[in-house]
Design a protein around this ligand. Structure first.
Ligand SMILES: C[S@@+](CC[C@H](N)C(=O)[O-])C[C@H]1O[C@@H](n2cnc3c(N)ncnc32)[C@H](O)[C@@H]1O
Length: 292
């Protein structure tokens, strides 16, 4: 009898693909109505990797073009044809005018993606900071945010970074992403990012560790969990950066591998809109997914 109960409990526990390790320990069972259910691990993805890759490339190209002054070193080593593509149309006239010579990634986001996001105190009591739509409308299926941080594969040492850290995200396959922008986590990210630099090419963006990220998508670690009153409007989706991702655009990726010698594509996590989301709305995700 005890053995059977234990087995049943273990089966239930194993089916949880919990996203935040400390959060689930405290809240499991409190809020069953807010669980996300998928029938199979392969059905977890709402949009294709190709769509995510295409939207990131379009946005990153716009960020690149809007910061050409900062890109001189990178431009100097690009093939002539690629360099002239970037230089020919630096950015749309509207944005150039509104920027007044200043590079404002949020404006570039609004113009390219049709919406922009920002961090502010959550609409939920005692939930700290949350993420809101500042302007525009997010279409269903769009990439709304990215979950930044250091990527740890199985058996890589994360013990000290994980102490009292609510920002450790767990991918559906067990890979961990530490999105904490303070303390030891911050030092680790900066150090791994500096290590991976390839000449003039930065392979990741460290500005998400500050209050003004160069890639404004990279605030997904501040998205709060849904509740009975506030349903989820975004979900997490793992995205492995393909080998053919343009080298000059990697500077906007907010993730880095903890180990340099990892022979796998870089793991990123994006937040995808479950429905149309409007200006002023707060983003809510699902910290739990149950795979049947
Ligand atoms: C990944 S962080 C999200 C960012 C967090 N709001 C902050 O300001 O640092 C996860 C933590 O946010 C808080 N949180 C998330 N969703 C919540 C909710 N629905 N109600 C209360 N607190 C929440 C919990 O403290 C949780 O450990």
């Amino acid at each position: 009898m005890i053995k059977a109960t234990f087995k049943a409990l273990q089966k239930k526990w194993n089916s949880y693909k919990y996203r935040f390790v400390p959060w689930i320990a405290v809240n499991l069972g409190k809020n069953e109505r807010t669980l996300r259910q998928v029938m199979d691990r392969t059905q977890d993805k709402l949009v294709s990797d190709e769509e995510i890759s295409a939207s990131l490339r379009t946005f990153f190209r716009a960020l690149f073009k809007s910061s050409l002054q900062r890109q001189q070193e990178v431009l100097s080593v690009l093939p002539d044809s690629l360099r002239s593509t970037y230089q020919a149309f630096p950015y749309t006239i509207e944005t150039q005018k509104s920027l007044d010579g200043h590079h404002d990634p949020s404006k570039v986001m609004l113009e390219t993606m049709g919406f922009s996001i920002h961090r502010a105190p959550s609409s939920l009591q005692s939930a700290g900071t949350g993420v809101f739509i500042s302007a525009g409308t997010v279409p269903q299926g769009a990439t709304v945010a990215m979950y930044p941080g250091t990527v740890y594969y199985a058996h890589e040492p994360i013990f000290f970074q994980s102490i009292r850290n609510p920002f450790i995200f767990r991918c559906i396959d067990g890979v961990l992403v530490d999105g904490n922008d303070r303390g030891i986590s911050k030092v680790v990210f900066r150090s791994c990012s500096g290590r991976d630099r390839l000449g003039p090419f930065q392979m990741s963006d460290t500005s998400w560790l500050t209050t003004i990220p160069q890639n404004p998508l990279a605030v997904g670690q501040y998205v709060n969990n849904c509740s009975n009153e506030k349903a989820a409007n975004v979900c997490y989706q793992e995205f492995d950066v393909p080998a053919e991702f343009p080298l000059e655009l990697c500077q906007f990726l907010p993730n880095v591998n903890y180990r340099h010698e990892v022979q796998r594509p870089l793991r990123c996590v994006v937040l995808v809109a479950l429905r149309e989301i409007h200006q002023g709305e707060e983003l809510f995700s699902n910290y739990y997914t149950i795979v049947h």
